[in-house]
Design a protein around this ligand. Structure first.
Ligand SMILES: Cc1cc2nc3c(=O)[nH]c(=O)nc-3n(C[C@H](O)[C@H](O)[C@H](O)COP(=O)(O)OP(=O)(O)OC[C@H]3O[C@@H](n4cnc5c(N)ncnc54)[C@H](O)[C@@H]3O)c2cc1C
Ligand SMILES: *[C@@H]1O[C@H](CO)[C@@H](O)[C@H](O)[C@H]1NC(C)=O
Ligand SMILES: *[C@@H]1O[C@H](CO)[C@@H](O)[C@H](O)[C@H]1NC(C)=O
Ligand SMILES: *[C@@H]1O[C@H](CO)[C@@H](O)[C@H](O)[C@H]1NC(C)=O
Ligand SMILES: *[C@@H]1O[C@H](CO)[C@@H](O)[C@H](O)[C@H]1NC(C)=O
Ligand SMILES: *[C@@H]1O[C@H](CO)[C@@H](O)[C@H](O)[C@H]1NC(C)=O
Ligand SMILES: *[C@@H]1O[C@H](CO)[C@@H](O)[C@H](O)[C@H]1NC(C)=O
Ligand SMILES: *[C@@H]1O[C@H](CO)[C@@H](O)[C@H](O)[C@H]1NC(C)=O
Ligand SMILES: *[C@@H]1O[C@H](CO)[C@@H](O)[C@H](O)[C@H]1NC(C)=O
Ligand SMILES: CC(=O)N[C@H]1CO[C@H](CO)[C@@H](O)[C@@H]1O
Length: 601
């Protein structure tokens, strides 16, 4: 979003101080040669959950190595509405770009990943959900481990979430089902400030059109993601809640937890063997600020190294360490220590398509967002009282839907089950396109659609032995007939939505190529404007423990197939992308992983 550059230019005018993270270390050389029970690579969404849970036991020592910077007092990171300004191409971002995408007319686009404490949970748009019971039951089926089934996983939601009141304190009856939720966990979740101009129109449409029913709780916790309702977000009283502001903040004073920023992990080193398996208990790292691998430092894990570097970083580190497909490693002369052909394969992501309508009047946020003094005033208001639109997320409602039987004809249904959605709709009271700049004039309403069940699979591959050279990232967007068909149907669906009586005095037209009327025109619109919801998964995919590395990278307990002393805990292990925003699943996965690690110690 290019409105983002305006926002980030203005944030320096405001001053705000969050809680201090007292024991975070900043000089990688401080640690060289040290030994810990566990070394976690990546202080991201999942990594900090593990760090917190393992150090609940005061006898367990944990080191977390993070390449990025601190999230401390970073206004764009803390202010909910500024979420879209945290990336791309900022000090908080890895600044990746995808390779040319044939399904998108060979376009490329930025591929943000958080590079700071909290990882992508500090850089994301904060929408919070848990997926469907069918999503989790499919993980259980693929891994032959009932521990991943919904019936077991739902306990981790109780431990994880802490529902808090919305920052405007409004009555949330019918916007969330309190009896299903937890008010005592680690991460604060709340409903938005509900006074956007378009809020009543979105809600009215759910009673005007049977196709778009109202959903009283969009988290998925009631086993129903279908329908449209109020977004739940990881925020509290006008501030972002991330794995850093929650799980790390509450563990940070423990002397047995050490967190090091500016530490770029180069590779894992083989350390002999355990039970006939190659062990990888040494981690080599460098000072990320130097962008060179010398001098290199080393630390050792007594028990395990836990890779939590995310769906891009984790396969990159595995490949650099000689764990991967021989065909990927041979051209770089990296010795194959574990032949694990699925490393970096099976990548999935949710394609995101901004569909923009022109609207009458000036009730959208566009005029305000174009006005530097108005935005500056709003940021100052937020900094002093945490009120105003900067205290809110960028969207208030979202919804989920399935293709019906007619539209599924000729395809094998790729959804996790018959009640899991195929696509999503996200409603924004302004021009919200992460790639295309807002025009200089005009007022807009955006309905972003996302394909939740892509059948395309992509890849992450290194093309240099230098860890500072970004890997080739190929999400392979809209590469199959099903994917282009479904995203095209999602556009037709939101055009039906926007034609409801509720919008008759508001929406004035379809902007740009959204004006298409034929399937071919709308498919062309999709290929021209689709990018990402930033949800890569599955690049170190889980299969049953009995299966060999030819089938997948990790066992059902997340240990790396063929290796000892090495586990992966981040979204790269999910065999299928969940049919929702995946930070909730990342937290659930990490909560169970912590139990698995404690049980095996
Ligand atoms: C812009 C954006 C918006 C998003 N919006 C939403 C949303 O609204 N809702 C939602 O549910 N999800 C959203 N997501 C997705 C979600 O945030 C991620 O899927 C999730 O946080 C990933 O968690 P993870 O633990 O797998 O990886 P991450 O949280 O990305 O953690 C990986 C960590 O490892 C570190 N690392 C990587 N390589 C190295 C290395 N070599 N050495 C040391 N450290 C390393 C990284 O810096 C990072 O801190 C969004 C993501 C982005 C980028
Ligand atoms: C990403 O780009 C920003 C802005 O140019 C820069 O400050 C930052 O250092 C870059 N990050 C990386 C990892 O190169
Ligand atoms: C995309 O690039 C490929 C390979 O260069 C080429 O064959 C193809 O025609 C291109 N497609 C489009 C739509 O330009
Ligand atoms: C919230 O609204 C509901 C339904 O209108 C009402 O029953 C309830 O009393 C209200 N709660 C408060 C605290 O006002
Ligand atoms: C929304 O409410 C806030 C106060 O909570 C107020 O400042 C703002 O003007 C309201 N916005 C609209 C569009 O009504
Ligand atoms: C919106 O339009 C009204 C009526 O034309 C005008 O009074 C008001 O100043 C406008 N607001 C903005 C933010 O442009
Ligand atoms: C910009 O916002 C300020 C209030 O902060 C207002 O006084 C001014 O009229 C606005 N400018 C325009 C062009 O709408
Ligand atoms: C499926 O949806 C399409 C588009 O709304 C509609 O034309 C068709 O009649 C529907 N089929 C069934 C079986 O409901
Ligand atoms: C639809 O929009 C495109 C892009 O703005 C434009 O080129 C085209 O002429 C429009 N078509 C119609 C029928 O208005
Ligand atoms: C091994 C180690 O450093 N353990 C420390 C962990 O933290 C507790 C306090 O929470 C200390 O008592 C331990 O000595």
């Amino acid at each position: 979003m290019k409105a983002a550059s305006l926002l980030s230019a203005l944030v320096t005018s405001a001053v705000f101080f969050g809680p201090a993270l007292a024991i975070t270390l900043t000089e990688p050389s401080q640690l060289s040669g040290k030994t810990y029970d566990y070394v976690i690579v990546g202080a991201g969404n999942a990594g900090l959950v593990i760090a917190n849970r393992l150090t609940e036991n005061p006898a367990t020592t944990v080191l977390v190595l993070e390449a990025g910077i601190s999230d401390q007092n970073q206004i764009p990171v803390m202010a909910p509405f500024l979420g879209p300004s945290v990336t791309p191409d900022t000090p908080y971002d890895w600044n990746y770009t995808v390779v040319a995408q044939p399904g998108l007319d060979n376009r490329t686009y930025p591929y943000p990943r958080g590079r700071l404490l909290g990882g992508s949970s500090s850089a994301n748009y904060m929408i919070h959900q848990y997926g469907t019971n069918e999503d989790w039951n499919r993980v259980a089926a693929v891994s032959s481990d009932q521990g991943w089934s919904w019936n077991n996983m739902k306990q981790y939601i109780k431990r994880h979430e802490k529902i808090v009141p919305p920052s405007d304190g409004h009555n949330t009856t019918d916007q969330l089902i309190p009896s299903l939720h937890s008010f005592t966990g680690e991460l604060q979740i709340s409903l938005p400030i509900g006074n956007q101009t378009t809020d009543p129109f979105v809600i009215a449409t759910t009673s005007q059109l049977k196709e778009f029913p109202y959903n009283e709780d969009t988290s998925g916790i009631n086993n129903n993601l279908l329908g449209i309702g109020w977004a739940q977000s990881s925020m509290d009283d006008g501030l972002r809640a991330s794995s850093s502001s929650s799980y790390l903040a509450s563990a940070n004073s423990r002397p047995n937890l050490t967190v090091m920023i500016n530490a770029m992990v180069i590779k894992l080193l083989s350390t002999g063997s355990t039970n006939g398996l190659k062990a990888f208990r040494n981690v080599q790292f460098a000072d990320a600020r130097t962008k060179t691998v010398t001098p290199a430092f080393q630390v050792q894990a007594r028990k395990e190294v836990i890779l939590s570097a995310g769906s891009v970083g984790t396969p990159q580190i595995l490949q650099l360490s000689g764990i991967g497909a021989p065909a990927d490693l041979a051209p770089l002369h990296i010795p194959v220590l574990i032949n694990s052909p699925q490393v970096g394969r099976n990548m999935q992501d949710h394609p995101l398509l901004p569909n923009i309508f022109t609207v009458s009047g000036n009730g959208s946020l566009d005029d305000t967002l174009r006005n530097a003094s108005a935005v500056g005033a709003a940021i100052s208001q937020w900094a002093s009282s945490k009120t105003g639109f900067i205290a809110n997320n960028v969207i208030n409602q979202l919804g989920f839907a399935r293709l019906n039987s007619t539209l599924l004809k000729g395809f094998t249904d790729p959804a996790a089950g018959p009640t899991s959605p195929h696509y999503e709709m996200i409603f924004a009271n302004f021009w919200l396109d992460p790639v295309v700049t807002v025009p200089a004039t005009g007022n807009f309403f955006t309905i972003l659609t996302a394909l939740l069940t892509p059948t395309s699979r992509g890849s992450v591959k290194i093309h240099s032995t230098n860890p500072f050279v970004a890997p080739l990232i190929d999400p392979n967007m809209l590469a199959t007939d099903f994917d282009i068909h479904t995203i095209t149907e999602s556009v037709k669906a939101i055009k039906r939505f926007a034609a409801a009586p509720a919008w008759s005095n508001y929406i004035t037209g379809a902007f740009g190529t959204l004006n298409g009327t034929t399937d071919a025109q709308l498919a062309a619109h999709a290929r021209l404007h689709t990018s990402t919801v930033f949800h890569p998964t599955s690049t170190a995919s889980m299969t049953a423990t009995s299966k060999s590395p030819s089938s997948g990278v990790v066992n059902s307990d997340l240990t790396v197939k063929g290796a000892a002393g090495l586990r992966i805990v981040d979204l790269s292990v999910l065999p299928f992308i969940p049919s929702c925003h995946p930070q909730g699943p990342a937290y659930m996965l990490a909560e169970r992983a912590a139990d698995l690690i404690k049980a095996s110690a």
